[in-house]
Design a binder for this molecule. Sequence first.
Ligand SMILES: O=c1[nH]c(=O)c2[nH]c(=O)[nH]c2[nH]1
Length: 307
Amino acid sequence: MPTILGQNQYGKAENRVVKITRDGDTHHIKDLNVSVALSGDMDDVHYSGSNANVLPTDTTKNTVFAFAKEHGIESAEQFGIHLARHFVSSQEPIHRARIRIEEYAWERIATSDGNSRFIGADDVKHSFARKGQETRVTQITYDGESWEVISGLKDLTVMNSTNSEFWGYVKDKYTTLKEAYDRILATDVSARWRYNWTSDEQRMPNWEKSYEQARKHMLQAFAETYSLSLQQTLYQMGSRIINSRSEIDEIRFSLPNNHHFLVDLEPFGLKNDHEVYFAADRPYGLIEATVLRDGVEPKIPVDMTNL
Ligand SMILES: O=c1[nH]c(=O)c2[nH]c(=O)[nH]c2[nH]1
């Protein structure tokens, strides 16, 4: 034979598993990206195409989701050890399992000062922002007379693990979406807000404080809104900023709906009681809108939030 097979491995890469643990109304998230690579007696499948030793990559994916339910996710290391041991000890032809895991960290969104207008502040035990800073952005335009300052942020990833529903929508012959009465709502916030400071005659806003406060109000509105649609949540986030920051007149959002699908664990005899989700990356719903102080002209360009 002029060629021989060298090192080889196979498995399902990037299984995006989200596990919600409900401790009463306090929720805990584990959000992992799990890649499985198996190797062993795999000469035949490469040389002749015999699949006799091949555990399908699809099965390795199912195992990741089923283990999230059966064993929970105590830590990425513990979860990876469970998986690796399972593949090597249950499959005779598999001699080596390499499990790579990335873990995305989340932190709780701090609530408003105990007097939320939407739901009791105590209830916000299910709202999270992904750790790692968002990107703060600004655009300044000056024509020698007047100023325009548009600031904002992008890539601020947030999630509510409950208090989100979506139902009562239009159904035509292509509609298959099931109505949801308790779903995950997650998005990467991209927002741009316009300051009403336009002239050197006016007192200049405190830019640092304004950013910090706008971000805070936006996050609190996200956490405290019981959502019937992402559109409704967007409007609440925008109006909370306009109502609490007099220096801001207009805000535009571009919010991807980061879909989390409940994984069907029935085939493995497991019940999935809103615990194990597949976090899809595409396609995603994209919800965009401007919220304005009544009476002001909209000036933020429609596509600016996608930059
Ligand atoms: O909050 C949502 N808004 C929609 O317009 C929509 N459409 C969809 O399929 N899911 C959702 N969710």
